[in-house]
Structures are given as structure tokens and as C-alpha cells.
Design a protein around this ligand. Structure first.
Ligand code: GL7
Length: 823
């Protein structure tokens, strides 16, 4: 921590800032072939990026040799998704050279912000799960925990969303079409990844029966590194993202037969593996290509892990002392049979020794309890693509069930629930069960969620392995999510309590007494207003709509999902509209309600809710009675760089999922850290946010997780709420009757029907009135700006727990058993 401050004193020297301008010019010519006299922003952004990156390569190599020299245990964070967003400002922030760089760029005739806007987001993830992985890399390297992220370099990241006539349309996100200055491609490192073929037995020289995987189709994996600078840059790590290349011998026979196109077809097909990120958030599509992607990541990564390990060790017996592998959800869980295969078939170990190594190496994080997200793969699909792994999975399961049967004799129901193989409806491999059996530790991502794992989803496993399932509450990096995205507030905080908060977020508590200081409150309010002005300009540019920064900014930005209940928010908006229409002179708190989020392209209901938001916005924003008091907008293409503009400008953060369904949430943390007040249910990490900020500083409403479960058991009748609540009835009838879709009256019937006729699974009807009451409390408090700002300060001040530095330290000490280097 003090290292950081020491570092920034001689930052000019360390990063040779006096030479930066010349380097930018040099890179314009040497790397980009551009005339430095041209004023193309895109070229200058690239030249700047290269000039920044080259300043880190030395530090990165030094970090890597530190790891080697100290024989440090390394953490491998395996994830199908990373969501880093833009790199430029993050590098500058973590290097501590934002202001210096701004000056240099100004001398070249640009503003830093305009060059920043030239960068396309790296959107290699869907949402929270991928962004969490990126926050954890930042926290690992900033705290000197030796670790790497391993993932896939998709050519197409999460799709680009545009809104056309109120509907979501998807465009492909060809994010590297103009190159990416941050990636360092290792053209000379290639690993072979095998698919298909069959498993055969043979006798080794000692006469033992052994297995080998033969007649495979091979694809090559090429690594591409992106540097991850820690805050203060005493350490620099990387994520290593794999890209698929056709293997050279691929279909040589086709070439020989003169079938050039046939041979090329194979090449193109094999390179398809890393083409595109599956755009589903918490929904398993079950395509073969997806399983291929998963195994591709795992196989390449383990070849790399073992190569690095074997440089320093002669035997694999000590692998768990040198390597910790964290599985980010079950997506990379095929790593468990893969490591077994490598240890047994390639390195000749026996089952028991290999299994012991395996289970001491892996840990698994569960990120959702939604049944549609839980991965299962048909045995015939997995067995065809990875025949040897299928054999190993059967054997893992056989031995595991033997143990369970010994502990719970005669309990066959339990055996079939816990089995890695699901029998009913065609055999399938349950990846979560496999991940639990093959890991030493399993964790949920917020206290409530972990508790639901222990008592609900993984109850049988918790009874069998009573210490295996634990909690590590998620966190977000304060570097990107306060320091970088909110310079106005960061400056104020640093002026008031010093700079240490960004590496020790608990320090924010020192702001608590300042909440009583009216001059500080004014300064706090000014920072918020400045951010709201900036956002207003952005909204004007993006959707050609003026919004008033002096109104309450009410925000819901996250993936579109029924359980996240954007619809409940819309129902509140419609209710406010009706109240204004009924009484145009009513004294109401002026609000701007903003939405953003992508729907999975095949998720009909979520897309319809986007349409509804846009149609409600059209009606509300055009109404003269409403003008100045209520405005609604949907901002297209929610992504990390948009979040960086939205989060600092929020007054109110909507975290209103059906209790028990949002594993943690991390947007909730980002908003509160930036001084938004939360309106939310007792779900995910909201529960812990309430504990930290105090129940009086948050608007909690609605059913609790156990009440939702209880209602589902005992029978829930949404109609009852409709019948007993005239205001709700009117809202529902407007949606159902086509009030918002006069040209297509039935357009929103599916929305109406899901609540009225299909059981209202997410219990919006039950939570409507409590939500309306909580919103009324919001309105009342906002009129008392002094109290509102006080609570805003207290929210930020009490968010120390939700730093990803804390989360990563809990993983390091409690799960990975690694210590920060140099301590
Ligand atoms: C998620 C959860 O839905 C979210 O609540 C959690 O904060 C996040 C990180 O742990 O993981 N699970 C999941 O599959 N996605 C999430 O965002 C996509």
C-alpha cells in the first residue's frame, strides 16, 4: 500500500514520461505507418497504447522472474469469460500517470478522453461472471498474488446491441477488426488440442494395462497475452487467451488428392472454435461447439501449466503445492478428468495418486442456482468428442458413489441425486456434481447464496462433505470502479482522507464523520451533479434525448432477465405516469428512469420487455402533463465503458431481483460505492450491503428468499394481488390491452400472461405494493437533499468490504493457500 505511494513519486522516471511524446510519434511511424502530422485520433490512440504497453513489458518480465526465483505457488483462474472493457485508462490509472499523460496528449493536440473513446471494449464475457474475473485479476496482481487468468480470445465478443423501432437488434462485435494494441501474440508457441477419436488399451513395458487416446482430430492453440498491471505497477501479470489455429497436417490427404477446397474447409472449421462467445447469460444452450470451446481452453491451459511447472520440478507429485486452479463456474470443469488423463495416461501415475493430486489442485466457484444455467452434457455427445474423458468420468463417479453408499447405506434416492451421471431423460453428465467431487473447496459468491447452496441446491453434498462448501462474497476493484470511472468523487475523497483508500477500501470509513459536515456534503453533491451532467451529454449524443441532471437519476443496468425484474421497475414507471395523469398538479419528485442491458438473442420474453420499456418511454416522454417530472430512456449497448459513465451518475440503484435468485450481483456494489442509494430486495450481496451501510440507509422491500420458497411450496396466487390492488390492476390492464402498443394491441399480451396466467414465477405481483411503498420513501427522502446526500456519503463510506482485494485475499488465504509475494 505504501509501495504505491512511493512509486508514484518517481513515476516520471520509472515510466520515462519525458520520452513518451517522442515514443508516440515514433510508434505512429514505425508500427502504424502513419504520418505523425495527420490528426487521426484512432492512430494516435494506437500509438499511445503501444507506447504505454512497452513501458510495462520490462516490469512484467521482472514479475515473472520473481515468481520463478521464489518458486511461488501460482493461481490459475480458468474462465470462459473475461470482461475487461477498455484497457487504456486502466493502464494509466494503475501506472499512476493519468494526469501526466493528459498533459502530453494535449501537447499533441488531443484530449485524453477523446483518444479513450477510440478504443473498442474487449467484451469477452456476458456480464457479472466475466467482469468478476477481470476484477479478480486486477486485485491479484495489485496485491502480489502470483496468478494468471486463462481464457479464450473470441474473435466476436458479446454482440453489439442496437435498438430499432424499440426492439433489440444484434450486430456482431468484431472488436479486433482494426487490431488490438494490447495483445502480445505468441506466434511461436503452439499446443495441440485433441478431439474425437477413441480410447484404446495397451500394455506398457511393465505389463500394466494403460490407456491412450488415438485417431483424434487435432487443432492447435496459440496464446495471446494481455498484460495486467497491478496498481502502482510493482507487479505486472497477464491473462493468456487462446486462439484456435488449424493444425498443419490437417487433412493433408485431401491436399494430396487435389481437394484443395476440402482441405481448406477443415482448416476453417477448426479455427471456428474461438470465433464467437455464446451470448447466453445463465442459460445452457448445449451446443457441441460450446463443449469444444471449454475443452480447448482446458487442454491448452493445462499443457501450459504443466510446462511451466516442470521447468522447476521433476515430479508432478508436488503439483498442489505449486499450483492452485480456480474453476470460474462449471464451464471449465472438464479440467478435472483432463488432469486425471494427463497424470495417468501421459505421466504414468496410478488412479489414487492422480486423484489425490487432482482434488488438492482444484477449487470451484458456483455463480448461479438457476436450473436452466446448470450445465449437463449428453453422455453420447461428451463421449464422442472426448471418449477418454467419458471413461474417466464414469470411473470418478463409480468410486464416488461407492463412498456415498458406504456412508448412507440403502439410500438409493440419494445416490441418484448425487451421481455425476443423470439417468432420467437420457444419460447426461452433471458438470456441477463433477466439479464438487473433483475440488477441495466449493464456494458461493455471497453469504445468502452460499447458504442456499448448502441447504438447497447442493444439500446432499454438504451433508457428505460438511466442510467443502463455503462462502466468498464477491467484490469489485476500486481502481476501475471508483478511481478511474469517477475522477470527481475520487479527487474529493483523496483530498479528505488521503490516497490509501484505493488499496485499502476500508479506509473509506473515515468519510463517516464527514457526512455531518455541510461543506463536505456540498462538495459531494457537486461531484455527483458533475457526473450527472456528463451522463446527460452522453445520453443526448446516444439517443438524442435531453435529460435533466437536477432530477433523481434512477438506474437499472444489467442483463435483461425475468428474475432481475426490469418489468417491476416498468410497472412503477407506469404507476407514476398514471398518478401524474390523474392529478397533473401533484407534487412529485422529478425522476429520470434509465435502463440498459442486453437480452440473450433467443430470449423472447426478455426482448419483449426491452420493447415494453421503449414503448412506455415513448408514451411517457411525449406527454405534456408529465414533462419535467418523469422521463424514461433505454440506453443501447450496455457494456463496461458505458457502465463507467452510468455508475458515477446514479442517485438510485435498482437491485430488485426475486429473493434467492441473484447469486450476488456486483453492479449493486459499484453503484453504492459511487454514492447511489440502493432500492432492493434481500437477495445476493444486497443482504450484506444492508448490513454494512445500515438498514436506515438503504430501501429494502419485498419477499425474503425463504418466503419466496415457502410461497412456491404452498401455492401462490398472483390474481389475488390483481384483484385487491386497483393501482396494480390498472397497470396490468394497460400492458395487456395495448395501451402502449396502439398499432399492435396484443403485442404485450405475453408479458401480461406471464404474470396473470402463467403463475408469475418471479412474484412481481406480490412485490409490487411493497416496491411502490419503498419508491415512495425514495421520493420523500430525495426532497430532503441534505439527508439524501448524507446517506449517499454513508453508502460509499461503508463499502470497504466489497473491494475485490478483500475477496481475493479470502481466496488466497482460505482456498488457494498462497501468500502475497515479498511478505
Ligand atoms: C452471475 C450471477 O448471476 C451474479 O449474481 C454474480 O454476481 C456473478 C458473479 O459471481 O455471477 N452468475 C452467472 O452465471 N452470471 C452472473 O453474472 C452470468
Amino acid at each position: 500500500m505504501s509501495r504505491v505511494c512511493k512509486m508514484s513519486k518517481n513515476v516520471r522516471e520509472v515510466f520515462r514520461l519525458d520520452e513518451l511524446k517522442d515514443d508516440i510519434r515514433r510508434n505512429m511511424v514505425a508500427l502504424l505507418g502513419n504520418d505523425p502530422r495527420s490528426k487521426r485520433k484512432f492512430s494516435y490512440y494506437n500509438a499511445l497504447a503501444y507506447s504505454v504497453r512497452e513501458r510495462l513489458v520490462d516490469l512484467w518480465m521482472r514479475t515473472q522472474s520473481d515468481y520463478y526465483d521464489s518458486m511461488a505457488k501460482r493461481v490459475y483462474y480458468l474462465s470462459m469469460e473475461f470482461l475487461p472493457g477498455r484497457f487504456l485508462m486502466n493502464y494509466l490509472t494503475n501506472m499512476g500517470i493519468v494526469d501526466e499523460c493528459r498533459e502530453i496528449v494535449a501537447e499533441l493536440g488531443f484530449s485524453l478522453e477523446e483518444l479513450e473513446e477510440e478504443e473498442w471494449d474487449a467484451g469477452l464475457g456476458n456480464g457479472g461472471l466475466g467482469r468478476l474475473a477481470s476484477c479478480y485479476l486486477d486485485s491479484m496482481v495489485s496485491q502480489n498474488i502470483p496468478g494468471y487468468g486463462y481464457g479464450i480470445l473470441y474473435d466476436y465478443g458479446i454482440f453489439y446491441q442496437s435498438i430499432v423501432n424499440g426492439n433489440q437488434e444484434e450486430r456482431c462485435d468484431n472488436w479486433r477488426r482494426h487490431g488490438c494494441p494490447w495483445e502480445i501474440t505468441r506466434l511461436d508457441t503452439l499446443y495441440e488440442v485433441k478431439f474425437y477419436g477413441r480410447s484404446e488399451t495397451y500394455y506398457d513395458s511393465d505389463g500394466n494395462v494403460r490407456f491412450r487416446w488415438v485417431d483424434t482430430e487435432n487443432v492447435m492453440a496459440m496464446p495471446c497475452d494481455i498484460l495486467i498491471p497491478g496498481y502502482g505497477c510493482s507487479h505486472v501479470s497477464n491473462m493468456r487467451l487462446w486462439t484456435a489455429q488449424s493444425s498443419r497436417e490437417f487433412n493433408l490427404s485431401d491436399f494430396n488428392r487435389g481437394d484443395y477446397i476440402g482441405a481448406m474447409h477443415g482448416k476453417v472449421m477448426s479455427e471456428n472454435i474461438t470465433k464467437v462467445l455464446y451470448p447466453n447469460d445463465q442459460f445452457l444452450q448445449g451446443m457441441e461447439l460450446r463443449l469444444k470451446q471449454q475443452y480447448f481452453l482446458v487442454s491448452a491451459t493445462f499443457q501450459d501449466i504443466l510446462r511451466r511447472y516442470l521447468k522447476q520440478h521433476t515430479s508432478l507429485a508436488a503439483l498442489p503445492e505449486a499450483v492452485a486452479v480456480q474453476l470460474n463456474d462449471t464451464h471449465p470443469a472438464i479440467a478435472i478428468p483432463e488432469l486425471m488423463r494427463l497424470l495417468m495416461d501421459v505421466y504414468g501415475m496410478g488412479w489414487d495418486v492422480a486423484w489425490d493430486i487432482c482434488t488438492r489442485t482444484f477449487a470451484y466457484t458456483n455463480h448461479t442456482v438457476l436450473p436452466e444455467a446448470l450445465e449437463t452434457w449428453p453422455v453420447d455427445l461428451l463421449g464422442r468428442l472426448l471418449p477418454r474423458h467419458m471413461q474417466i468420468i464414469y470411473e470418478i463417479n463409480r468410486r464416488f458413489l461407492e463412498g456415498v453408499a458406504a456412508t448412507f447405506p440403502g439410500d438409493t434416492e440419494r445416490l441418484s441425486r448425487m451421481s455425476v451421471i443423470q439417468e432420467e431423460g437420457g444419460q447426461r453428465v452433471r458438470m456441477a456434481n463433477l466439479a464438487i467431487v473433483g475440488s477441495h473447496t466449493v464456494n458461493g459468491v455471497a453469504a445468502l447464496h452460499s447458504n442456499i447452496l448448502q441447504t438447497g441446491l447442493f444439500r446432499d453434498f454438504h451433508e457428505y462433505y460438511p466442510r467443502k462448501i463455503r462462502n466468498v462474497t464477491n467484490g469489485v476493484t476500486p481502481r476501475r470502479w471508483l478511481m478511474q470511472c469517477n475522477p470527481a468523487l475520487s479527487r474529493l475523497i483523496t483530498q479528505s482522507i488521503g490516497p490509501e483508500w484505493c488499496c485499502n477500501l476500508e479506509k473509506l470509513r473515515e468519510l463517516v464523520p464527514l457526512a455531518e459536515d455541510s461543506a463536505f456534503r456540498d462538495a459531494w453533491a457537486r461531484a455527483k451533479l458533475e457526473n450527472k451532467r456528463l451522463l446527460s451529454r452522453y445520453v443526448l449524443r446516444k439517443v438524442q434525448m435531453g435529460i435533466n441532471p437536477n432530477t433523481l437519476f434512477d438506474m437499472q443496468f444489467k442483463r435483461m432477465h425475468e428474475y432481475k425484474r426490469q418489468l417491476l421497475n416498468v410497472m412503477h414507471v407506469i404507476s407514476l405516469f398514471n398518478r401524474i395523469k390523474d392529478n397533473p398538479s401533484a407534487d412529485i419528485t422529478p425522476r429520470t428512469v434509465l435502463f440498459g442491458g442486453k437480452a440473450a438473442p433467443g430470449y423472447y420474453q426478455a426482448k419483449l420487455i426491452i420493447r415494453l420499456i421503449n414503448e412506455v418511454a415513448r408514451v411517457v416522454n411525449a406527454d405534456a402533463d408529465v414533462a419535467g417530472r418523469l422521463r424514461v430512456a433505454f440506453l443501447p449497448n450496455y457494456c463496461i465503458s458505458q457502465a463507467e459513465k452510468v455508475v458515477p451518475a446514479a442517485d438510485l440503484s435498482e437491485q430488485i431481483s426475486t429473493a434467492g435468485m441473484e447469486a450476488s450481483g456486483t453492479g449493486n456494489m459499484k453503484f453504492a460505492l459511487n454514492g447511489a442509494l440502493t432500492i432492493g430486495t434481500l437477495d445476493g450481496a444486497n443482504v450484506e450491503i444492508m448490513e454494512e451501510v445500515g438498514a436506515e440507509n438503504i430501501f429494502i422491500f419485498g419477499l425474503k428468499a425463504h418466503e419466496v420458497a415457502e410461497k412456491r411450496r404452498s401455492g401462490y396466487n398472483p390474481r389475488e394481488f390483481y384483484e385487491n390492488d386497483a393501482e396494480l390492476r390498472r397497470v396490468m390492464d394497460m400492458i395487456g390491452s395495448g395501451f402502449f402498443s396502439p398499432d399492435e394491441r396484443g403485442l404485450f399480451s405475453p408479458v401480461y400472461d406471464s404474470l396473470m396466467h402463467h403463475g408469475d414465477y418471479y412474484m412481481l405481483m406480490a412485490d409490487y405494493r411493497p416496491y411502490m411503498e419503498a419508491q415512495a420513501a425514495v421520493d420523500a427522502l430525495y426532497l430532503d437533499q441534505d439527508q439524501w446526500v448524507r446517506k449517499s456519503i454513508l453508502n460509499a463510506a461503508n463499502m470497504g468490504k466489497f473491494s475485490s482485494d478483500r475477496s481475493v485475499m479470502e481466496y488466497a488465504r482460505g482456498i488457494w493457500h498462497v501468500e502475497p509475494l515479498g511478505k
